[in-house]
Design a protein around this ligand. Structure first.
Ligand code: MN
Length: 257
């Protein structure tokens, strides 16, 4: 299997190095990742600046860093690293969770989305931590990848659908089962914090306190709160089918003259 790895934490991230090591079990691994941290860039793409791919030493893998975003890395990777085709794209392992609505901001998920748009099986992998400073148990993620990921590479998925996987950052013996979940809710309080600069002018920090809803049954948020690995299928078809039906029943049907 030809496997392209990317992330949004940059080429030097520990999560990416551990992913590269763990994925060797499944095939030929090549890495194309941003040259610096690009978290929360979502599915953005670089259009107005030249992109350069620079080959860098990376253990036993071929690797390039790119002065762009995860989407750029996937598209350049498909040209530079695997010009004859690629079977799997894995984005991660993100240094933090990607749950609920947060996946719309996530560069990690953006990388997997781009893989799915290219018609390639794609996964986003993230570590779920409760607190920002909490330790990242990448050894738990590596262990899960080596033991469990194989079967998720075999499952049948509809077109343009990828898997968003969150692994709780806890010790290996504490890790629970793996469950299939739906996207839950994850909203923030005090999203924008105003502060004052030394000249008395107001500026803003965007961040906020996450409001988890762990009681949301069947959701990604609930699963990781219980110490389980969450696997959510995400479709690139953003159409709301219930709303589609509802809208069609509410409006007067088209009449042809
Ligand atoms: Mn990140």
């Amino acid at each position: 299997m030809r496997i392209l790895l990317t992330n949004d934490d940059g080429i030097h991230a520990e999560g990416l190095a551990d992913l590269a090591q763990a994925m060797k079990k499944y095939g030929e691994v090549k890495v194309v990742a941003p040259d610096r941290e690009r978290s929360a860039c979502g599915h953005a793409m670089t259009l107005r600046d030249p992109l350069r791919a620079t080959k860098v030493p990376y253990g036993s893998c071929e690797a390039w860093h790119v002065n762009g975003l995860p989407v750029d890395c996937v598209n350049i990777g498909l040209r530079v690293a695997f010009p004859d085709g690629c079977d799997l794209i894995v984005s991660g392992i993100n240094h933090g969770p990607n749950l609920g609505f947060d996946i719309t901001y996530s560069g990690t998920v953006g990388g997997a989305m781009e893989g799915a748009i290219n018609g390639i099986r794609s996964l986003a992998l993230s570590m779920f931590t409760v607190a920002h400073e909490a330790p990242l148990h990448f050894e738990t993620a590596s262990d899960w990848i080596e033991r469990e990921l194989g079967k998720w590479l075999e499952v049948e998925l509809p077109r343009r659908t990828f898997l968003n996987i969150n692994i709780p950052s806890i010790a290996i013996p504490e890790l629970g089962e793996t469950v299939v979940t739906r996207m839950g809710g994850r909203v923030y309080e005090d999203r924008v914090e105003p502060r004052t600069d030394p000249w008395g002018r107001t500026y803003y920090w965007q961040g906020g306190v996450v409001v988890m809803k762990p009681d949301d049954p069947g959701s990604d948020v609930e699963a990781v709160s219980l110490g389980k690995v969450s696997v959510t299928p995400i479709s690139l078809d953003w159409t709301s089918y219930p709303a589609l039906e509802s809208l069609r029943s509410q409006v007067i049907p088209f009449t042809h003259h």
